[in-house]
Design a protein around this ligand. Structure first.
Ligand SMILES: [Zn+2]
Length: 341
């Protein structure tokens, strides 16, 4: 099955072996360290809370401070996604976090774009007829000042022609303050960037509505709590705002207690467009195909819901209309007779 991954964090999606190599190079762990134990210690566990999950990024972000490291993880991420059937990947990260050793934010983004381009080249080397694309989404972090957010949005706008196609608001939702970022995100939307906002992950349905009303969100990351409010579900359904559903991640952060209780089906039944995504391939030890499997086996999704999610992962991509249409057709054909069309 082919689909897009619209919600994947660069710094949460390194290969195990790359993380180990970078950690050893940095002297973070001895060359003789037990690799499995290191990886195991970093992985998310069910119910560990959003805040605890976020602290794990300190390690990975610390290891991604050079052009070389950023290029490498972006290249590998695109290749790994391709091998998993992902034909369009939207990689998100906050470039300011990668400037501790002298890179500028612009350098950091360009490194990721270069790595992604190399990844496409590598993926297509053995299958030149395949279609594959990537875009970068620049994340503003909860708690940043208005000025910091504006700088990141300006950076994203300046790099639209290089492969940046959206902005995101990420981080600890307890700090959610949409009014602070309203002007910056309005500018992003006016400039033609897609807007996605982490909301309703650790916070309530009100945050989801605020993301739509105040931040011009085209998509919502997680949106779990939207299911507890029929008005919010109607808002999303009526405006066609897609929810990027990341099942494993939601169990890890405690947004849901178990997949059996996940509101994926409730959202879809209410007409909310949903697209499955991975969030953090490394931390959650997952892949997009695994998330689709979980949706069917543990979250009660029907084949029809799966087909709708696959097609939506084309329709809701931050791509030009003709690229979305090409992608949709690719996915429609790959779904075969099970397609929702
Ligand atoms: Zn996320």
């Amino acid at each position: 099955m082919l689909a897009s991954d619209l919600h994947v964090h660069l710094d949460g999606s390194l290969r195990d072996v790359t993380l180990l190599a970078l950690a050893k190079d940095a002297g973070l762990i001895p060359a003789t360290a037990d690799a499995d134990a290191f990886v195991r210690r970093l992985r998310f566990r069910p119910g560990m809370s959003l805040r605890s999950c976020l602290t794990r990024f300190d390690i990975t972000v610390g290891l991604l401070q050079t052009r070389r490291a950023l290029e490498r993880v972006a290249r590998e991420l695109v290749c790994d996604c391709y091998m998993d059937g992902v034909r369009h990947t939207e990689i998100r990260f906050c470039p300011v976090l990668h400037t501790r050793e002298g890179l500028s934010s612009d350098d950091a983004v360009m490194s990721v774009l270069r790595g992604a381009e190399q990844g496409i080249g590598e993926a297509l080397a053995s299958a030149p007829a395949d279609r594959i694309s990537t875009r970068v989404i620049i994340s503003v972090l909860q708690g940043m000042s208005e000025e910091e957010a504006r700088e990141l949005v300006d950076l994203a706008i300046g790099l639209i022609d290089f492969g940046v196609s959206g902005v995101d608001l990420a981080g600890d939702e307890a700090l959610f303050d949409p009014a602070r970022y309203a002007r910056s995100f309005a500018r992003a939307a006016e400039a033609g960037l897609g807007v996605t906002v982490h909301a309703g992950e650790g916070g309530d349905a009100g945050n989801v509505a605020a993301a739509v009303e105040l931040l011009h969100a085209d998509r919502i990351g997680h949106g779990v709590s939207a299911a507890s409010n029929t008005g919010t579900m109607s808002l999303l359904a009526d405006r066609g705002i897609a929810v990027e559903v990341c099942l494993s991640s939601n169990v890890h952060t405690g947004a849901v207690e178990s997949l059996a209780g996940h509101p994926l089906v409730r959202l879809a039944d209410a007409g909310v467009p949903v697209a499955l995504a991975t969030d953090n391939r490394f931390f959650s030890a997952t892949s997009l195909s695994h998330e689709y499997e979980l949706a069917i086996k543990e979250a009660g999704a029907s084949q029809e819901l799966i087909a709708r999610s696959v097609l939506l992962s084309a329709d809701a991509a931050f791509l030009a209309a003709d690229d979305r249409a090409t992608l949709r057709e690719l996915y429609r054909v790959s779904l075969g007779p099970a397609s929702a069309e």
